[in-house]
Design a protein around this ligand. Structure first.
Ligand code: SAM
Length: 322
């Protein structure tokens, strides 16, 4: 325990000042008092970096049409039970208006992954109508030229989760045509193009170890991530991964620990308290993410009629974000 005290002191002094082995050692520790100290230290780092104020980004889930078959995801292409939608530009503009009217200056557009000229120009048109609003995109892997066109049209940030930095686990969660290398390359491209770039992982995936999670935090540092979005994996009955493992009862608690350690390791970045935390943690879930070290919340502005069709995992559409 004394050793962990020294690690926390070092972590407060400078970013990237915790070796992977110590991150893993902390994740293996179940002492409540120790974790109270970690959460307090994470809040202290947030204060030192001037990130105490919680930032709000209005989330719009523009489309649930996806070309991919990720094994954990409820909107995977193979889920034929799902009603597919693609909001028209006018509907997205309505959401933008509601976001502005709520006093927010930032939005996040998320959708299934589609690589096509129609999809590229659809988001260009939307971005050009966002004048002054800070926009985050989360639209998956794309060619460099597409990322460049969206940047030129006004996008400021891009979130592309690596999902897990363990390439073997990554392969087991994705069909063969999804390449870990391409995903890493896309994150590097986004950085090079000048996006404020985010990545992140799912937590408590079947087959994922605490050592994997420790290495995920090191990966965020190696990618020079400007923001991190992480949340618990939630089992979806229609996803092919569902048959393989029971949900991990510690997923929520582990997600809070990952937020705190990521804050302690990276210091001055934006960390999202994800919708999945709110789904597992109930009314307090997202607030607990904030007190663990996160500083961004994403209230959902997707029109009610589409909410349940953006069905990444059960319970998501009912999650309340203040
Ligand atoms: N298609 C884009 C991409 O690949 O980045 C963005 C949309 S994708 C549906 C958004 C995120 O939802 C994924 O990066 C993944 O981490 C998360 N997600 C999907 N299924 C999930 C599940 N069952 N539990 C928790 N998170 C999930």
């Amino acid at each position: 325990m004394q050793r962990f005290g020294a690690i926390l002191k070092g972590a407060l002094k400078a970013p990237k000042n915790i070796p992977a082995g110590d991150l893993a050692g902390m994740l293996h520790c179940n002492d409540r008092l120790f974790w109270d100290d970690v959460f307090a230290a994470a809040r202290e780092v947030k204060r030192m970096c001037g990130r105490e104020q919680t930032l709000l980004r209005g989330l719009v889930e523009c489309s649930n049409i996806c070309s991919k078959n990720c094994r954990y995801c409820g909107i995977a292409k193979s889920n034929r039970a799902l009603t597919r939608y693609h909001m028209n530009v006018g509907e997205v503009k309505e959401c933008i208006k509601r976001i502005r009217n709520s006093g927010m200056n930032a939005a996040a557009f998320q959708g299934g992954e589609i690589e096509s000229e129609d999809n590229t120009s659809y988001y260009e048109e939307i971005l050009r109508s966002c004048g002054g609003l800070e926009v985050t995109l989360s639209l998956g892997e794309q060619e460099e030229d597409v990322y460049r066109r969206w940047k030129d049209a006004g996008a400021l940030r891009y979130l592309l989760r690596i999902e897990t930095s363990n390439r073997h686990l990554y392969s087991s969660l994705h069909p063969r045509e999804c390449s870990f290398e391409r995903r890493v390359q896309c994150i590097r491209t986004l950085k090079r193009l000048g996006y404020i770039t985010g990545t992140g992982v799912m937590i408590a995936l079947p087959g994922q170890t605490l050592d994997d999670l420790a290495r995920d935090i090191i990966f965020f540092g190696e990618m020079e991530a400007d923001m991190v979005g992480m949340g618990p994996w939630i089992k979806h009955p229609a996803a092919s991964l569902a048959g393989e493992a029971p949900p991990n009862e510690r997923a929520f608690e582990l997600s809070l620990k990952m937020i705190a350690l990521t804050r302690l390791y990276l210091h001055n970045v934006n960390i999202v308290s994800s919708t999945a935390l709110g789904t597992l943690g109930g009314a307090q879930g997202i607030e607990l993410g904030i007190s663990a070290g996160a500083n961004v919340m994403m209230p959902n502005f997707t029109p009610e009629k589409y909410r349940s069709a953006y069905d990444l995992y059960p319970g998501k559409s009912k999650t309340q974000v203040k």
